[in-house]
Ligand binder design. Structure first.
Ligand code: IDP
Ligand code: MG
Length: 138
């Protein structure tokens, strides 16, 4: 189970037409896409997904943004997938992200930072099952 992670191409990146470019990063870094779909989260779904941040000052801004438009959710597979994907996306704040990372290349701001990546194997499995049923992972 340590081979899977969960990614979101966030509403800013979808709006800015970066889905194709970000998908290319995923393929070039040799992740296997087990499933991907374009969705629009409800405010409630965004609040549930980010429940761990409910006491943070940016919770309202974050959940409004994440439910503001279409995003792409993906289940990815690779050896050491969680850490590997975090390295590909870069630091939370695009200003701190290393050159060549997705957030450095495509993020709009700290809040609207183009992509999501799970932070642990346990959360990856929780997040995958938040959006996908096991039979969709192929
Ligand atoms: P991560 O996405 O790199 O794991 P987290 O700290 O888990 O970063 O925060 C979740 C998301 O909340 C970030 O990706 C970003 O969209 C948003 N966020 C984090 N910190 C701030 C902030 O200080 N202001 C506004 N939005 C924030
Ligand atoms: Mg996080």
């Amino acid at each position: 189970m340590s081979k899977r992670t969960f990614a979101i191409i966030k509403p800013d990146a979808v709006k800015n037409n970066y889905v194709g470019k970000i998908y290319n990063h995923i393929l070039e870094k040799k992740f296997k896409v087990l499933s991907a779909k374009l969705i629009k989260m409800s405010k409630f779904q965004a609040e549930q997904f980010y429940l761990v941040h409910r006491d943070r000052p940016f919770y309202e801004e974050l959940t409004s943004f994440m439910s503001s438009g279409r995003c792409m959710v993906l289940a990815l597979e690779k050896e050491n997938a969680v850490e590997s994907w975090r390295n590909v996306i870069g630091a939370t704040n695009p200003e701190d992200a290393q050159d060549g990372t997705i957030r450095k290349l495509y993020a709009t701001s700290l809040g609207e930072n183009a992509v999501h990546g799970s932070d642990s194997n346990e959360n990856a499995e929780k997040e995958i099952s938040f959006f996908f049923c096991e039979s969709e992972l192929i």
